[in-house]
Write a protein that binds this ligand. Structure first.
Ligand SMILES: Nc1ncnc2c1ncn2[C@@H]1O[C@H](COP(=O)(O)OP(=O)(O)OP(=O)(O)O)[C@@H](O)[C@H]1O
Length: 503
């Protein structure tokens, strides 16, 4: 990087404590014009904490921030945005009960107010304009947010971050929440910001993506800034040891190419159609000992399939049958009773209760298993929860810590732990490794493979083609609510082959 370029944002000696947790320890950081700085580190290393301080979400405990060389103390996100620093946060940050435009301009309605009256039409028009500017033509400012799916809601957050034309854009682990369309949109914005000599801080656990997109990498480990990479040194091979402090060996995914499973069907999904029309007359069978992968582009219906199988969404035609018991799954209770677990893509709203402890979340689906003559021993609860914390290497103070105090990746570990603790026989995993760091990701893949070998059955819905190819026995590709391709595990399967069925 050109050292003569202007420093857009910096911090000196920043510390952040949450009670006993030291999330940031004496961090110095600099972002210059034209830099796209990838911020890496294991789950809980302090990435979101640092960037949220830059974006005015919370103040540091000590240390100083500077914006273009001047002291910078944003009191909230709106103030930071006005100072040219915008952030797209990791989790959903939109309100479903108001329209798209109101979500984009939240905190800035005065832009459209005159004599105390809000000019709603003008606000809708302006929202349409901004959406168009960032390359989105199919969402309108007047649409109620609740009508949009998860990916499109994320796109609204991008529009919100971009409308004041920020000089610094922070993207916190957002690409994994987005399908291909949204990712291309973010990459395009990053390119544009770089060429305009603005700055981007990009948090991601996808090292290939970082290698592609960034011209600088900064790494945090346990709250301490441990190093930078620049230019040709930005390779996945250099990033891995920097993050975890040791070499990671072997392949991420399972190493065999045997896509066989038992003939025994555990779930028979017959002609299901969803209420919202995203899934149309879909039939598929899941077998014992099978990892069945679902892939497709945004809006293809694969996430809805997972929700319907678990009993979270209604089917308007067809049925889902748990074959060993002959039960029709129509509600979540049916699933839990038959040892079916589900990890939703929308973690904070559907997979965990944020205002409850790790232990309460972990044992939530295991009460039947833990109950002895109607009583549950607190010791047994703690034992079960502690075992999952250890297996998943969840970074926390103890099982008593509330989930809203955990880093994103560690929340995802709790979401998975709940079904692990319950001893599920069938797992429906929607983007299971979202936000998880590379070390734990490898451990999670091993665990999923172990489940298969134990005769459990897994549905893995994924937006990551390497993950689908690397882990599935069979890959189901969907487009517009229907199955367009079915591919069996083999060394010869490529991204290109799967994409052909998606478009
Ligand atoms: N509000 C809070 N209260 C208590 N502890 C917190 C709070 N927010 C974050 N922490 C702790 O601070 C540490 C750093 O968390 P942070 O979210 O910054 O990690 P991260 O590197 O962004 O992780 P991930 O990759 O999982 O998103 C973690 O130990 C986390 O539990």
């Amino acid at each position: 990087m050109d050292d003569h370029s202007e420093v857009l944002l910096s911090c000196k000696d920043v510390c952040k404590n949450f009670g006993a947790t030291r999330a940031l320890i004496h961090v110095d950081f600099e972002l210059r014009q034209g830099e796209v700085c990838g911020l890496i580190g294991e789950n809980g290393s302090g990435k979101s904490t640092l960037t949220s301080i830059f974006a005015g979400v919370q103040p540091q405990t000590s240390g100083e921030l500077f914006r273009a060389g001047r002291p910078y103390r944003p009191a909230n996100m709106v103030e930071a945005q006005k100072a040219g620093v915008a952030m797209i946060v990791q989790e959903a940050a939109t309100l479903p009960t108001i329209d798209v435009a109101s979500n984009i301009f939240i905190g800035n309605y005065e832009l459209f107010s005159k004599n105390g009256h809000l000019d709603v039409k003008k606000m809708h028009r302006e929202a349409d304009k901004i959406l168009k500017e960032i390359g989105v033509e199919d969402i309108k400012g007047s649409t109620l947010l609740a009508e949009l799916n998860f990916e499109d809601r994320k796109i609204i957050e991008i529009a919100r971050a971009m409308y004041l034309k920020p000089e610094i854009l922070v993207i916190d682990e957002s690409t994994t929440a987005l399908a291909q369309k949204g990712r291309q949109l973010i990459y395009h914005l990053i390119d544009q910001m770089r060429s305009e000599k603005k700055g981007v801080i990009f948090i991601s656990h996808d090292l290939e993506e970082l290698e592609e997109v960034c011209n600088k990498i900064t790494c945090l480990r346990d709250g301490v800034l441990v190093g930078h990479l620049e230019g040709t040194d930005i390779t996945t091979a250099n990033m891995r040891p920097l993050m975890v402090g040791r070499e990671l060996e072997g392949s991420y995914y399972r190493e065999d190419w045997d896509g066989s499973s038992s003939d025994e069907v555990v779930l028979d999904i017959r002609h299901i159609t969803s209420e919202n029309g995203y899934v149309q007359n879909l039939s598929i069978q899941l077998h014992k000992g099978e990892i069945l992968g679902f892939g497709g582009l945004a809006g293809c219906g694969m996430h809805e399939v997972g929700r319907m199988i678990f009993g979270l969404d209604k089917t308007v035609t067809g049925e889902v049958v748990h074959v060993p018991s002959g039960t029709k799954i129509t509600r979540i209770d049916d699933s839990i009773r038959h040892n079916i677990g589900y990890v939703s893509k929308d973690r904070d709203n559907e997979s965990i209760i944020l205002n409850a402890s790790i232990q309460n979340n972990t044992v939530m689906a295991s009460y039947k298993k833990l109950s002895r003559r109607g009583f549950i021993s607190p010791k047994a609860e703690k034992r079960l929860s502690d075992r999952q914390i250890e297996t998943m290497r969840t970074k926390c103070l103890s099982g008593k810590q509330f989930c809203n105090q955990l880093s994103g990746g560690n929340k995802q570990k709790v979401a998975f732990s709940k079904w692990l603790a319950a001893g599920s026989e069938i797992y429906i995993l929607d983007c299971p490794t979202r936000g998880i760091d590379i070390g734990v990701k490898a451990a999670m893949y091993q665990l999923i493979y172990q489940f298969k070998m134990e005769g459990k059955a897994i549905i893995m819905i994924s937006e990551e083609l390497p993950e689908l190819i690397g882990m599935s026995d069979r890959m189901i590709i969907m487009k517009e609510g229907r199955i367009t391709g079915e591919v069996t595990r083999s060394k010869e399967v490529t991204d290109t082959k799967l994409i052909e069925y998606m478009v």
